[in-house]
Ligand binder design. Structure first.
Ligand code: PLP
Length: 426
């Protein structure tokens, strides 16, 4: 246990310890008083309410004015992350340009290495972006399409990536083929088969949204990427909602282009994303932000950004360390459990249509109520019961997305169930 504690604190300090800047160097001591590694050593079964209440109380400050079941937007930072972030903001502010010029370059490069290790890839295969949209735009707009190439996507993909591909189509660079994924596929193989059937002999890229922001469907990226690769087709994968919510190995996905963010399920402050490109593919990718001096096979050619949010990037090590302590398996199982509580209850209601397969999803799932407008249902839940969900576009009826987080109690989810039932019965 002692060794574990030491290791944990070392991890927290990594990337933050900078000679000559005592404010950063003391971050480890500061954290020692706020994180108890014992909390993460044992326990944490998905249905252990006592455990999760303890974690929620100790590590999360959330508004008590409403029940937040819209954690799909962005994640609440755990207290030690928030406190470190606040210190980092103060430090970058008080230090000014000396910090940016003399310290930050080396610091950010060590943070990048730490992030790459977390993702199990080489630091030469990632860049830190401001969000997943930026990461994926760099990949999509930089992809070496040739005249006549086609891109395959479905209605459950994220609208920003769809728009980026549609923009390329409008410019005459590609043709987009979009299909409707069944909302309740029975198995992963059925999902793979859907993509396989839609492939044409001109398909060059498949857009994969690892976890749909609309209904939470988890797409079996590795299986689809393998099937596509056999046919000479690339996958560009949007793992914005997968990283931190689901256990997966980035290299094992077999997708050569993957965009993610750290401000959803990793719990970093808002403003950090990651683009991964497999080493041997980097040279093919065209730069979006002008850069003529960096080598073609150096991923830094894609990261010619202006001034970046220092404090956000500096907080990445503590976010990763906290997330690792909690453990993605434990997080994932808890989220799946919370989702199952409400689906198990509401699927018994004739008026409710669940539009997410319970066992091919994790935290996020969606529903609608027959003959009711989704916006009105979401509005009712918020105004009458102080429960925040969000309505999403999906076909002609739309859906209401429900996303608990690790600090959500089963009692909150049950209140949501009661509220929906009361709406059906008015
Ligand atoms: C599936 C998916 N992809 C991409 C994004 C965009 O993420 P970001 O806000 O980090 O650009 C989101 C945001 O909700 C998302 O749900």
């Amino acid at each position: 246990m002692r060794n574990n504690r030491k290791k944990f604190l070392q991890q927290l300090g990594a990337g933050l310890f900078v000679a000559g800047l005592p404010g950063i160097a003391s971050a480890g001591n500061f954290l020692e008083s706020t994180i108890d590694v014992n909390d993460f050593e044992n326990g944490g079964a998905a249905d252990d309410e006592k455990y999760w209440k303890h974690i929620a109380h100790k590590y999360y400050t959330v508004s008590k004015d409403y029940i937040n079941l819209e954690n799909g937007y962005y994640g609440i930072q755990p207290k030690p992350v928030l406190q470190t972030f606040q210190k980092n903001i103060a430090l970058a502010n008080s230090e000014g340009a000396r910090f940016a010029r003399k310290v930050y370059p080396e610091l950010s490069s060590s943070i990048k290495k730490e992030l790459a290790a977390f993702l199990q890839v080489s630091a030469e295969e990632i860049i830190i972006t401001r969000n997943a949209t930026e990461a994926l735009n760099i990949a999509i707009q930089g992809y070496p399409f040739k005249q006549g190439d086609e891109v395959l996507m479905c209605q459950l993909d994220y609208f920003s990536m769809i728009e980026t591909f549609r923009m390329l189509e409008k410019k005459g660079r590609i043709k987009v083929n979009a299909f409707d994924m069944p909302l309740l596929p029975a198995s992963e193989d059925e999902i793979v088969e859907q993509y396989r059937q839609e492939i044409t002999d001109k398909t060059k890229v498949i857009l994969l949204t690892h976890v749909s922001n609309i209904n939470g469907l988890i797409v079996p990226v590795a299986k689809i990427a393998a099937m596509a690769k056999q046919r000479g087709i690339d996958t560009i994968t949007d793992s914005a909602h997968a990283l931190g919510q689901l256990p997966f190995s980035l290299p094992a996905l077999g997708s050569d282009f993957v965009g993610m963010n750290l401000h959803k399920w990793i719990g970093n402050p808002i403003g950090a994303g990651v683009l991964y490109i497999k080493k041997e593919r980097i040279k093919e990718v065209n730069v979006l932000f002008g850069d003529v001096n960096t080598a073609e096979d150096n991923i830094s050619k894609l990261a010619h950004f202006g001034t970046t949010p220092f404090a956000v990037v500096m907080t990445i090590p503590i976010s990763l360390a906290f997330h690792k302590q909690m453990g993605v398996e434990r997080i994932s199982q808890r989220l799946h459990y919370l989702k199952s509580i409400w689906i198990n209850e509401l699927e018994k209601q004739d008026a409710v249509e669940i539009v997410t397969p319970k066992n091919i999803s994790c935290a996020i799932a969606s529903f609608r109520i027959k003959d009711k407008k989704v916006a009105e249902v979401a509005d009712y839940l918020f105004k009458q019961h102080s429960i925040l969900t969000v309505n999403r576009a999906l076909g002609k009826d739309g859906c209401i997305r429900v996303t608990p987080s690790v600090y959500t109690g089963a009692d909150d989810v049950k209140k949501f169930v009661t509220a929906v039932k009361s709406y059906i019965n008015v």
